[in-house]
Design a protein around this ligand. Sequence first.
Ligand SMILES: NC(=O)c1ccc[n+]([C@@H]2O[C@H](COP(=O)([O-])OP(=O)(O)OC[C@H]3O[C@@H](n4cnc5c(N)ncnc54)[C@H](OP(=O)(O)O)[C@@H]3O)[C@@H](O)[C@H]2O)c1
Length: 309
Amino acid sequence: MAMILISQGRDMTPWAEALKEKRPELDLRVYPDDSNKEEVAFALVWNHPLGVFKEFPNLKCISSMGAGVDHIMKDPELPANAAITRVTDENLTRDMADFCVALVMNHLRGLAFYKMQEAAHDWQPRHYLNISDVTIGVMGVGVLGAHVASQLSNLGFKVNGWARSKKMIEGVEIFSGDTMLGDFLATSDILICLLPLTKETTDILNRDTFQKLPKNAFVINVARGAHLVDADLIEMIDTGHLSGASLDVFRQEPLPEEHPFWSHPKINVTPHIASVTEPKAVVSLILENYDRVRNNEHLLNVVSPQKGY
Ligand SMILES: NC(=O)c1ccc[n+]([C@@H]2O[C@H](COP(=O)([O-])OP(=O)(O)OC[C@H]3O[C@@H](n4cnc5c(N)ncnc54)[C@H](OP(=O)(O)O)[C@@H]3O)[C@@H](O)[C@H]2O)c1
């Protein structure tokens, strides 16, 4: 049985090294590879060429290299008999919470504006917001969102979360399902998107959604670029309903040179760095699933093909 690494545009060397260091005897291949494809039962992937899996007739598991699986689910030719899994990792979860806290505090204290004023040698103290002034709404309270919500709550913020299903997170009020989305949005002075990208959540950050937020709300998207309708965000900031946004993810990455987000004074851009999977931190989990495939056991972190996440 063999494992194959498949990616377009991502350097596979750190992945291959980390896997080989943990398990030197692993039959590991990197796509494209001409060895016997029938031996491949496990594919570890990021942005694979669509349709590639039909080359491997005995594939049992397709694992994402990260927390997101939208890059896998968009393939119309996924093999029916292969499970889809993803990685979760406490470093990834911690890094996402740290980053969201940094963005929220940056917004409260207006640090991005001071950076612009500094460039113009302009000394203009501004009114700032306190933790007690704002309610934060976290859209998607799964592995990452739940931890982000808890950490913000621990800092003293009032935090609400929105998910498909009801759940308990200490210090966080949960709104569930489409029927409660309006109530959730109406209280979110800062909206953080941590939804997976699915048919239901594509374009969810749109004009309609923004209009339901309180005036001067601030939007943080650290999930996927296709959650956001770019033109609607710009319109809602420029007409004064939203106070600004911090964006880490984009429909096209790298963000094209001519994109208006780059130069918008109220939009902060970061290059998809909120939380980056470190191969060394997750190869044990990947090898655990590889062993489970070999032993025909129940896999960890399985994605639901119906739900798409
Ligand atoms: N920027 C970065 O560096 C970076 C890094 C890692 C991940 N990400 C992104 O973060 C996303 C979230 O990761 P995760 O591990 O937290 O995912 P997860 O554990 O699968 O959690 C997803 C959450 O979204 C909710 N949800 C899904 N569809 C929904 C819908 N239609 N309506 C309402 N709620 C819905 C789920 O509700 P239920 O709980 O009811 O199922 C769950 O709470 C990933 O998919 C990835 O795209 C970004």
